[in-house]
Ligand binder design. Structure first.
Ligand code: ADP
Ligand code: ADP
Length: 234
């Protein structure tokens, strides 16, 4: 089952072409790593998938929604549905600084999905346990390491029970010794069958965990295929 279908997608900012004629299918439970040099358009591509960016040419199917180019904006209802079902984790953790870890995780389920508070707390504690942070539920983000904050961000995204998770260089802002704990959390999601699209510079991780590796450069996809073939050592 194809859950994301990117067809001949082109994205420009003004006259600047970010990427051109990009096509990619992502199947349910597939793990796709997008790699390539800085400025290649990787981050903008995954942002198109949950419509943080509109696009200029081509078409995009996300779950049961068919999106067409910029002029036809999807309704607010469609946007909300996509953003609820497609979770995203950014380079910078983007936690709410004035909220505790637990409050960060329960906020969207309560506000957006109207989950009863007690149930949201119970679910949040399970997710925090999964990322190894149940002891830290009442802490504030600024008192935690970058690796811990990013794991909270993962738990927060998962609290919406997404069907697809997008990661935009989730470890690139972390001290090297904290990268592993975040990659472990992502690997666990992959093992649990979550559909993942991950922009990363962690080649060893991509090779081990991704089913498919996509290499972007010069504003297009220059190679894609099974990770062990694409990232084969010479
Ligand atoms: P990557 O993730 O591969 O590093 P990005 O998708 O972040 O690449 O960016 C690709 C190109 O698009 C860069 O040259 C960047 O400067 C440009 N770009 C990204 N966002 C914008 C924007 N909002 N306006 C204009 N140019 C942008
Ligand atoms: P990231 O790699 O986290 O996307 P960037 O530094 O590439 O961070 O971009 C930060 C923000 O600025 C993004 O929202 C992006 O869309 C925007 N941006 C990036 N490049 C440009 C640009 N050349 N002109 C205008 N906005 C840009």
């Amino acid at each position: 089952e194809v859950v994301v279908s990117i067809r001949n997608l082109t994205k420009r900012f003004g006259k600047t072409v970010v990427f051109e004629d990009v096509s990619l299918d992502v199947h349910r439970s597939e793990v796709v790593a997008i790699v390539g040099p800085s400025g290649a358009g990787k981050s903008t591509l995954i942002r198109c998938v949950n419509r943080l960016h509109p696009f200029d040419e081509g078409s995009l199917q996300v779950l049961n929604h068919q999106l067409n180019k910029g002029s036809q904006f999807p309704s607010k209802q469609v946007l909300n549905d996509i953003r609820t079902r497609v979770g995203m984790v950014f380079q910078t953790f983007n936690l709410f600084p004035h909220l505790s870890v637990l409050e960060n995780v329960i906020l969207a389920p309560i506000e957006v999905k109207k989950v009863p508070r007690k149930q949201a707390i119970q679910q949040a504690m399970e997710l925090l346990d999964m990322v190894g942070l149940s002891e830290h539920a009442n802490k504030y983000p600024k008192r935690m390491s970058g690796g811990q904050q990013q794991r909270v961000a993962i738990a927060r995204a998962l609290a919406m029970e997404p069907e697809i998770m997008l990661f935009d260089e989730p470890t690139s802002m972390l001290d090297p010794e904290l990268v592993g704990e975040v990659l472990d959390a992502i690997q666990r999601l992959a093992k649990d069958g979550m559909t993942l699209m991950l922009v990363t510079h962690e080649m060893q991780f991509a090779k081990e965990v991704a089913d498919t590796v996509v290499i972007m450069a010069d504003h297009r996809i220059i190679e894609k295929g099974p990770s062990r073939e694409v990232l084969e050592n010479p």
